[in-house]
Design a protein around this ligand. Structure first.
Ligand code: 6PG
Length: 233
């Protein structure tokens, strides 16, 4: 398992299987160390193939020891085609034996400001039980947009400058526009972040960001005491 703090770019032959194995390695290590694996799922489409491999390769994972959060959500109901929760449910959560209480869903169906505050409070309540100033993920999965966005942290958004809140409502150019997103303070509290990026068109952007292109939102994901790994396919 990669432990140095400099971002690492991996270009595996089997993108989905290697990313899934990476996640499972982190899961087993976290459960062995702390009895729980706290994983933030990414939205968009790329995660679907990784989720399928997580199911295929993760039969021996004690899913009751896994806690799922969402890096962002669209402001739509959970059954909506654009819902990140629905995507995760269809591609992973319905297939594995994970207790419903272990899945922290962002309620995209209520007023955005209320959904953000509610989610922030839910994460804070769990973190306080562990004496954490803010929730510490073992692993955060993130995607990358062509404009350098990640989660729902889009270029030019006021949310990029947030230093206190952990979850905020945002508006973005990628439909649907209204979203809820984890902020950099929460993302950067993670022990490890893995970007899952597919599409040759994004490869130069990945290189630019890893080289230090923090002008892009994704370039500002720099865990305070954690590492970043890029899976590029
Ligand atoms: C979302 C995502 C977003 C996504 C990227 C990449 O809710 O849209 O969180 O950040 O990860 O736009 O999306 P693809 O994986 O579909 O290319």
């Amino acid at each position: 398992m990669q432990t140095d703090v400099n971002p690492v770019i991996l270009r595996p032959a089997d993108f989905a299987a290697e990313a899934a194995r990476f996640i499972l390695d982190h899961a087993h290590a976290a459960i062995a160390a702390r009895g729980l694996f706290r994983l933030a799922l990414s939205g968009g489409n790329t995660p679907r193939i990784v989720h399928a491999q997580l199911f295929a390769l993760g039969a021996d994972l004690p899913w009751n020891r896994v806690q799922i959060t969402f890096g962002d959500e669209r402001c739509v109901p959970p059954e909506h085609a654009d819902s990140n929760f629905r995507m995760a449910k269809e591609s992973l959560l319905d297939a594995v034996d994970i207790p419903a209480g272990n899945v922290f869903r962002i309620r995209g169906e209520i007023a955005p400001a209320d959904a953000a505050r509610e989610y922030e409070d839910q994460l804070a309540a769990f973190a306080s039980r562990l004496g954490e100033p803010r929730y510490v993920h073992d692993l955060v999965l993130l995607g990358l947009g062509e404009d350098g966005h990640t989660a729902s942290l889009f270029p030019g958004s006021p949310a990029l400058e947030e230093t206190a809140r952990n979850v905020l409502p945002t508006i973005g150019p990628k439909p649907p526009p209204q979203r809820i997103t984890m902020t950099f303070p929460l993302l950067n509290a993670a022990r490890h972040v893995a970007f899952l990026v597919t599409g040759a068109g994004k490869h130069p952007l990945v290189e630019e960001i890893v080289a230090g292109g923090s002008a892009h939102p994704a370039g500002r994901v720099r865990p305070t005491a954690g590492a970043v790994t890029w899976f590029v396919g």
